[in-house]
Design a protein around this ligand. Structure first.
Ligand code: EPZ
Length: 416
């Protein structure tokens, strides 16, 4: 078990570099299954979730070598082997092999990935979409079996703009016969990165980043090299780390457009920052209370909800945060309360009365973003905060405590 120990109160100062985007790498690794040959993916962060996806692809027959921050992947010997629950249940994003394996082989057998700490996370939209593309889907005794001689292009309209379903549809439809129009598609930047990677492989996709994506299926795709976009959620987390400690930090390797939803909310709260090229410099004073509603991109990201809650726990006034994406993403509230935060929950909304200070305590991370939020709160809290189960944080952040120590935080990780 891992714990992170923080003596709060230090203002963060200096420059911090953002790593490649976890939620772009995972679908792109899935897409590499669509053809044989060797690809190199650059700017790949060292994260546990990436390692799980590498293990999954290796199990399917891919040969993957990591060289610093890039992965050399050979998918020539990939086969659509049955994927059991031990692999599928470790990470929800394992379901991103569904579209590529159906597209390349016309056959997939995967265990239901199951829910996680933030919600039930069903796959109904993924499966309905694969059916629309001509796949026969059979769900029995916890397994999903999908088969298709050849996928056929279709008109698909998603009930909700699901990121994962949009990604599986792009990957499957890229090798279907004919045209696919996808409406109410997710518009996240990671979808645009996936489209760019697929088009480099020879796919014919347009519209990613909007809610209508058009895919013309092709017979064959070819391997290609690709550099992954920076992680907008990591960038947002660092901006909050600077704001919550009243620090003066330059966050580098940022695509400002991708973090605009978070910048807009920080601006509303009175944070003082400037955007210059691929960097955001934040020099923040005390903040005002604001209201936050999580929405699909370009709304405020649910993956930044725990972090902004930590920030709003300090300062003047009463804020509200409404979580509209996941039905159970308030597990960090009870832990923030242990640090002295004044938060009550009414349905999907948390009401946060800003406090003058938080005080250190022992708290427990329940998932990667909740864990990051507890680290942020610990950076600002008086005395010492111990974040237990800190290994959750490694799923989405590369060496978080080292990056903050470089900025002046009194923070260490111990293996209990
Ligand atoms: C992606 O998950 C991200 N993961 C999540 O990031 C992120 O929180 C989420 O999108 C929302 O932005 C990756 O990209 C690997 P969804 P995904 O399908 O694709 C419902 C993190 O912290 N839904 O957009 O699983 C679902 O229950 C992780 O990095 C269905 O009802 O999210 C949820 O309420 C956490 N049926 C909503 O849609 C379906 O078939 C959005 O889920 C699929 C989804």
């Amino acid at each position: 078990m891992e714990r992170i120990i923080i003596k709060g109160g230090n203002r963060l100062k200096g420059t911090i570099e953002v790593s490649g985007a976890k939620n772009a790498v995972l679908p792109i690794l899935g897409a590499s299954l669509l053809c044989g040959g060797e690809s190199i993916i650059y700017n790949v962060p060292r994260l546990d979730d990436v390692e799980v996806m590498v293990e999954l692809l290796t199990y399917l027959g891919a040969r993957i070598h990591r060289e610093d921050h890039h992965l050399r992947i050979n998918t020539t010997n990939v086969e659509p082997r049955e994927i059991g629950e031990n692999l599928m249940r470790r990470m929800r994003a394992s379901n991103l092999v569904l579209g590529p394996l159906l597209g390349r082989f016309g056959a997939v057998v995967i265990s239901q990935p199951g829910g996680c700490n933030i919600g039930s996370r069903p796959m109904d939209l993924h499966l309905r979409s694969m059916k629309a593309l001509g796949a026969a889907i059979d769900e029995k005794s916890g397994y999903i079996r999908a088969r298709a001689a050849r996928l056929e292009g279709a008109d698909i309209h998603l009930d909700v703009p699901s990121v994962g379903a949009t990604e599986n549809i792009l990957m499957a439809a890229s090798m279907a016969r004919g045209f696919t129009i996808l409406r109410n598609a997710a518009r996240e930047p990671e979808i645009v990165d996936l489209q760019n990677y697929l088009n480099k492989m020879g796919a014919r996709i347009s519209g990613a980043g909007t809610d209508v994506i058009r895919i013309e299926g092709v017979q064959e795709l070819k391997p290609c090299n690709h550099r992954v976009i920076p992680d907008r959620v990591e960038a947002g987390t660092h901006l909050v780390a600077a704001a919550i400690t009243g620090g003066n930090v330059t966050v580098r390797n940022v695509i400002p457009e991708h973090v605009e939803p978070v910048l807009a909310k920080l601006r509303e709260a009175g944070a003082d920052f400037e955007v210059a090229g691929d960097a955001v410099r934040i020099n923040s004073g005390p903040l005002r209370a604001v209201d936050v509603k999580t929405q699909p991109y370009p709304g405020f990201p649910t993956d930044m909800q725990p972090q902004i809650m930590a920030l709003l726990s300090l300062g003047e006034g009463t804020s509200t945060i409404t979580e509209n994406i996941f039905e159970n993403r308030f597990k960090h509230v009870s832990e923030l309360r242990r640090l002295g935060a004044d938060i009550r929950i009414e349905g999907k909304t948390a009401i946060i009365r800003g406090r003058e200070s938080l005080s250190g305590a022992s708290v427990e991370a329940s998932d990667l973003r909740a864990g990051a939020a507890l680290v942020l709160a610990g950076l600002a809290a008086d005395n010492t905060t111990v974040v237990e189960q800190a290994q959750h944080i490694d799923r989405g952040y590369e060496r978080l405590e080292e990056k903050y120590r470089i900025l002046g935080a009194d923070i260490v990780r111990v293996r209990a």
